[in-house]
Design a protein around this ligand. Sequence first.
Ligand code: ATR
Length: 285
Amino acid sequence: MVISGKTRVCGVIGDPIEHTLSPIMHNAAFKALKLDFAFLAFKVKAADVEKAVSGMRALGIHGLNVTMPHKSAVINYLDEVDQAAKAIGSVNTILNKDGRLFGFNTDGVGALQALRENGVEPRGKKVLLLGAGGAARAIAYTLAREADELVILNRTAKQAAELANLLKQTFDRKVVADTLSPNAIKDTLQDSDVLINATSVGMKPNANQTPVAFEWLRPDLAVMDIVYNPVETKLAKDAKAAGAKVVSGFEMLIYQGAASFEIWTGHSAPVEVMRHAALNHLLKV
Ligand code: ATR
């Protein structure tokens, strides 16, 4: 890669940021398409988000990904925010178009694409979503338009109810919210087609945990776990053992990155290249 005076700079802001896969994934994609772009990671403290966005303008940084814990805070400093990102209060992608900053959220489309590319079609199906945090909100907003029925279970019931109300007001679909409990999961799963874990249960260092008991999993269920650390969670292993179709959180990570790449470059993302680079890196560290 030759960095010149014309190279367009993209990056990711977050804290912590050391373990991000975005630079690996995007630089590999820029190289594959011979685009004069470079991607860096910036550790930005919560108190410095406004300054970081000003810096983006001042330095003419072309695009940014935004990760934890800044996805909500950045919204205050952008010129325009896409309708979905505004509704869920979360931006993970910023595009600098001639000095005007546009905010988007690619988590929802990333999840939908990950499902579809792996042979799972949520349209017309009953989907059980566990969680109502940032990622869950993005996924719910996208899936509410596709699924026939969406059930949202969250440890904090109020969050689930607020999300369900937003979706019911926005889309004419059946959306139900309840408290996350073993019984609620078991009962809802009985007639669900797709299960998505968007809680952090099962994430390292608690990789031996799962929100769903093995006995409740079935071969005719599709399961996506958005946790990608470990790459194969306990839920994913159990679902595979039960004969269910499994889509990993790693796939969602790749497709949300691919959607951001397309926003910044206007080119179709080389998804295979991105997946290969990110997976190779993960296996090395
Ligand atoms: P992200 O950006 O990854 O979505 P988040 O916004 O912090 O992260 O959301 C984390 C989600 O995991 C929330 O739905 C959270 O539930 P609460 O709203 O009740 O906090 C859920 N979660 C985290 N730890 C959990 C646990 N031990 N059991 C059940 N749900 C949990």
